[in-house]
Design a protein around this ligand. Structure first.
Ligand SMILES: Nc1ncnc2c1ncn2[C@@H]1O[C@H](COP(=O)(O)OP(=O)(O)OP(=O)(O)O)[C@@H](O)[C@H]1O
Length: 475
């Protein structure tokens, strides 16, 4: 394996024995070694799969249910052995596989942290050093001392993720698990995955969400019936995945062959923006992803207080990070209606104000303020600055407190979003951040029952459909 590649899968086939009745498993075990009769059928979950993953690359693995994604990940992680073929993996692999994998249900959370850490090659001392950080990330309180069989699925994932991201993995494997848990925790996980990628780790990501794969991954592969059909840019691969997903059964076989034939061309489309992409003609994937659950939705009335939204105390980001503080401190970030009522559950189409305060402990020159709205996965959607650089506040004295207000119209699809805040000033010749709060606040946009728009941002598209030729006129 070249030093550039950290994973190489060569001609891997995986065959599982399938027993029609539970008693057949027992009969097979009792059959003499040379007995010709087999009490099972063979099911081929993977067929001749070859794949290379480079150091630092984020690879998305997509495919319909039962296509072999989890089997492939388990083989890469070493928890399953291939029936045929070879797998070479270099470095520490931390895996967040489907629920149920990894932990011993009878052990407490704490014991499992030590068990899992040891399996990943950490010494007891190393795990002890990281334990507090793992516990803080998991944020499951007293449950850390309870057997994990008493955990909810959300708690289980929290602990599993906390361990996986805190063992400094060379390769992080994430299998759909992030769809469990609340949005604030999901955002924290995506932010941590970003950091792990920035530090040069390789990430394998199994997801049914086209949005996540296209946004997070450098490259993707499509598995179908255990075969690797195609690989290439995420947009290209996701569009082929969608074609398969929505194809009528009679066209499926022909489509599979056509996609497999494109395989040879796909390498040329490896840049993220490149590639033929017809995914946007297909039904939105935001619903099948369902990452943004509407757990705290409630119907809104057209009139009265709630019609412009309300405040949900549970919507508190867990991924807030402060960068760059140098004589200025951002505080109290929140959203208000134009009338000044604090809200964080918004109605699409209405206007809101993003407000935060900044305390200056040092005098500053050329000061201005900024904001940014992001998705749960960290995609920058848009924002704004309080002024152009040459129109910034000339001087702000030490001891001053300034309130920055950004009025905007909420042109977003239903879901959960995050807000950044930043203060810029001239230090020497350079304009630089003097305080920056990432994921300072979060908000939810209520579902819109009559929405015609698709995608995250509502451009206010006004459709018009005209009959340009009727049958009678053409006859
Ligand atoms: N231990 C096993 N014994 C028999 N069949 C198995 C076993 N594990 C997996 N399979 C079968 O192998 C196929 C691939 O399963 P796998 O879980 O890898 O698919 P997947 O793409 O991850 O699916 P999903 O998206 O539903 O999680 C499925 O048909 C599954 O039923």
């Amino acid at each position: 394996m070249s030093s550039e590649h950290v994973i190489r899968v060569e001609g891997v086939t995986k065959v599982f024995p399938v027993y029609d009745k539970p008693s057949h498993r027992l009969l097979q075990m009792l059959s003499p070694g040379r007995s010709k009769h087999r009490w099972f059928r063979e099911f081929r979950a993977l067929h001749d799969v070859s794949l290379e993953v480079r150091r630092g690359e984020t690879l998305g693995i997509v495919g319909r249910n039962g296509s072999g994604k989890s089997t492939l990940l388990q083989i890469i992680c070493g928890t399953l052995q291939p029936s045929v073929g070879d797998v070479h993996v270099s470095g520490r692999v931390a895996a967040l596989l489907e629920l149920g994998a990894g932990f011993n249900p009878d052990f407490t959370g704490r014991e499992n942290v030590f068990l899992y850490g040891t399996v990943l090659g950490l010494t007891r001392r190393e795990i002890e050093q990281r334990f507090d950080e793992i516990a803080a990330f998991a944020d499951i309180g007293e449950f850390m001392e309870q057997p994990v069989k008493n955990y909810s699925s959300g708690m289980y994932v929290r602990l599993a993720f906390a361990v996986a991201v805190n063992v400094t993995p060379d390769i992080l494997v994430v299998d759909e698990a992030l769809s469990v848990g609340d949005e604030a925790f999901q955002r924290k996980c995506f932010a941590r995955i970003d950091r792990i990628r920035d530090e040069g780790a390789t990430v394998l990501f199994v997801s049914h969400s086209a949005g996540i794969v296209t946004q997070l991954c450098d490259r993707a592969v499509l598995l179908d019936h255990g075969e690797l059909l195609v690989g290439g840019s995420p947009k290209f691969v996701v569009s082929r995945y969608h074609k398969l997903l929505y194809a009528p059964p009679e066209r499926l076989q022909g489509l599979r062959m056509a996609i497999a034939q494109e395989m040879s061309d796909a390498d040329e489309r490896c840049d993220k923006g490149g590639g033929e992409d017809d995914a946007d003609l297909l039904p939105s994937d935001r619903d099948d992803a369902q990452l943004v659950k509407s757990s705290r939705e409630r119907p809104f009335s057209e009139e009265g207080e709630d019609s412009h939204g309300w405040f949900d105390e549970g919507l508190v980001p867990k991924s807030t990070v402060r960068y760059d503080t140098r004589g200025a401190l951002i505080g109290k970030p929140h959203l208000e209606t134009p009338a000044g009522r604090k809200v964080n559950v918004l109605r699409a189409g209405d206007e809101y104000v993003y407000v935060y305060r900044v305390k200056f402990t040092e005098a500053m020159k050329r000061v201005r303020f900024g904001m940014l709205i992001k998705t749960l996965t960290g995609l920058d959607l848009g924002g704004g600055a309080s002024s152009l650089p040459d129109q910034s506040l000339d001087v702000v004295e030490a001891g001053c407190e300034i309130e920055a207000r950004f009025r905007f119209r909420c042109m977003l699809d239903s879901g959960v979003y995050f807000l950044n805040a930043g203060v810029l000033a001239r230090l020497g010749e350079e304009e630089t951040y003097v305080d920056r709060l990432i994921d300072a606040a979060m908000f939810r946009v209520m579902p819109q029952p009559e929405r015609l728009g698709t995608g995250i941002v509502d451009f206010g598209v006004r459709p018009q459909v005209d009959m340009v030729e009727s049958k009678e006129a053409g006859a």
